[in-house]
Design a protein around this ligand. Sequence first.
Ligand code: ADP
Ligand code: TPW
Length: 601
Amino acid sequence: MESVTATRKETAATTGQSPDTTSAAAAAQSQQEIDGFHLVLEGLKLNGIDTIFGLPGIPITDLTRKAQAAGLRVISFRHEQNAGYAASIAGFMTQKPGICLTVSAPGFLNGLTALANATTNCFPMILISGSSEREIVDLQQGDYEEMDQLAIAKPLAKAAFRVLHAEDIGIGIARAIRAAVSGRPGGVYLDLPAKLFPQTMDAQAGRNSLIKVVDPAPRQIPAPDAVARAVELLKGAKRPLIVLGKGAAYAQADADIRALIEKTRIPYLPMAMAKGLLPDTHEQSAAAARSFVLPEADVVMLIGARLNWLLSHGKGKTWGGKTSKAWGGQKFIQVDISPQEADSNVRIDAPVVGDIGSCVSALLAAIDARGSSAWTAPPEEWRNAIAERKNKNVAKMAETLAKNPTPMNFHSALAVVRDIVKANPDAMLVNEGANALDFTRSIVDMYKPRKRLDVGTWGVMGIGMGFSIAAAVVSGGQVIAIEGDSAFGFSGMEVETICRYGLPVCVVILNNNGVYRGDEVNPTGGRDPSPLVFVKDARYEKLMEAFGGVGVYATTPDQLRKGMEEAIRSRRPTLINAIIDEKAGTESGRITSLNPSAKKV
Ligand code: ADP
Ligand code: TPW
């Protein structure tokens, strides 16, 4: 470690002051030496990282300044959780790990929820947190923001690393990147102690120690016999179904996925964040007949979708099982990069392990090899039955959407959003809430891949503004955030961030005065409100106005439409407070069945 010397005063790094001195001697020295700050930044840049989402403070203040000076985009948030969500969804959109940078202990913990959520959702992300002095932390002597962050992050991250020496920064970054994006993507923690940043080493040796990661997410080619097994099963099916999950969206194998579906003519069901992989208006989409196809299908091919709670674990009544836990009789094919995913809930008859791009092209090749005449579409009976069910449900929904009640309900407001998204298919749609989530998912069609970002595997509230900011920063285009009023509250302060960076984000709050709905009362008649309700007629739009954005108070679909159109035309940060009937909505939205004490409404 001789080459690494802590030549600069640590206090300089930890007070957020620049450790750079102005003396000529130091300038000359700095030409031959490189410090930890610059090694971190150069290591990231070398690997194509161009944006950092974070929140400054000891000991990373200077890292944010120097990052900006080095040409990285630094998006500075009001709370680390939102920066973390932003980083994770940037990872989902780009297949590069999204970077979230925080201070030690409390800042780290604030970012940790997002890291855990990234791991759960298979989003590649690196949480980089500054940390306090190891010697003091380990002896629990009460350092400033003392915490054993590495140990705490480990169970929540796909991998966790700490770098103690400047010469190891390149390795640390390379390991973090590989862990985040290879195989099943996930959240990675990188612990950078305060002492690391001012360490210096010979500049040439330092730069040589940095690693440009070669092939960070290597293709994983599926075994030919696994592919053949899957094709055989699919071919023998009478009522086949393909389920596309957000892994399929992440994989960016859009053309091949579409080709597979269109060539086989198998009906498909998109999970929420796979909507738009093929346009939701595609004739093979079975989304509007979900409750019909799941129990009726005989062979189901999952592509980048897990049989977790969102798919009722692949069994029970949803799948035609006789009891709540019984197998419905389906055979499953599972295309996934994780070999351990198969059999996690029900038997997988044909696991196809590999990256989705390679797997889907192998499946296509295997089908083609049989000759196009050998592949016949699924029986007409099956396709007709689905079409019939779809048409019925679509007609029923159209009737509901055509109503224009006063006050607005979810449907009349979302009919507007549906039209606006149809007219602006490139806009990114962010969505959270309970009813606000479920109704948006089923009413608002998506037309392009990876345009819909939502609460994901955990159904986590609070992703709204972080996802919106990242979506705007990464895509450079319009973002529409459809938010429940409770959901919005988790990240609402970030409207300042949206205004500060002048992002084209149009937030629509479907405001029904509370969690799920707004008409609950305290059963005792006491003066405290029900835990489920908020201040009535809250003027959320003024929050946006407070920071120079546009606020709109909308009580009619017309006002909502005008507000959204103007937001998109002007690209100005806009918040539309869309007033919804406080009696609209059910407890827990569509997952009432998971709530043991749900009130029947
Ligand atoms: P959804 O919530 O949409 O059903 P999940 O998050 O449950 O989707 O499932 C995503 C699955 O996709 C995970 O099992 C993950 O291992 C898999 N996955 C992610 N990226 C890839 C990829 N590039 N290739 C193959 N599988 C992938
Ligand atoms: C981090 C529990 C699920 S949905 C929800 C909460 C609090 C809010 C529903 O009300 P909202 O939507 O947003 O007004 P709507 O349309 O139904 O009126 N904390 C976290 N995550 C979750 N999921 C919760 C709490 C929850």
